[in-house]
Unconditional design. Structure first.
Length: 151
């Protein structure tokens, strides 16, 4: 069962306290705007706050890693109709980020075999790629298991 776009907000309420996407988590990243761009790609946005910095003017690498992990997890939800956990995540940092402005996140679904999902993620600032990730994710539960049968 694919989550219809109009029900993404309801799905997010189930995870309101999530560190990365939960809007109720006061110390979270508050990733937002999750949507399907195509049958193989999703998008979201990230607006860092000053407390997400590493050195004086840079976005912390761990925060970047968390955003990439989250966009990949959401890719499994929105494109493979499954909840999934991270098995491996290979990150390539391309450019420093900073805590001003807004970032675009993209996730793409690659090969799927049994419980294994190959997912790629990227975080961009405008046309500049800040970091990219390639990961192996393991499907855990069907998204359909979260909704009543009449949903």
């Amino acid at each position: 069962m694919r989550i219809p776009d109009e029900r993404i907000a309801e799905f997010r309420e189930l995870y309101a306290d999530c560190y990365a996407c939960g809007l109720s988590n006061p110390i979270g990243l508050h990733l937002d705007g999750f949507h399907r761009r195509s049958d193989s790609e999703i998008g979201a946005t990230f607006r860092p706050r000053p407390e997400h910095r590493g050195t004086i003017s840079s976005l912390h690498g761990g925060v970047i890693a968390a955003t990439l992990d989250e966009i990949c997890a959401w890719t499994s939800v929105l494109l493979a109709d499954t909840l999934a956990v991270t098995a491996t995540l290979d990150i390539r940092f391309r450019q420093p980020g900073d805590t001003d402005g807004s970032y675009t996140l993209t996730g793409t679904l690659g090969e799927a075999s049994g419980r294994r999902l190959r997912i790629n993620g990227a975080i961009n600032r405008g046309d500049v790629v800040v970091a990219e990730a390639r990961g192996l994710f393991l499907a855990t539960d069907s998204v359909a298991s979260l909704w009543p049968s009449n949903a």
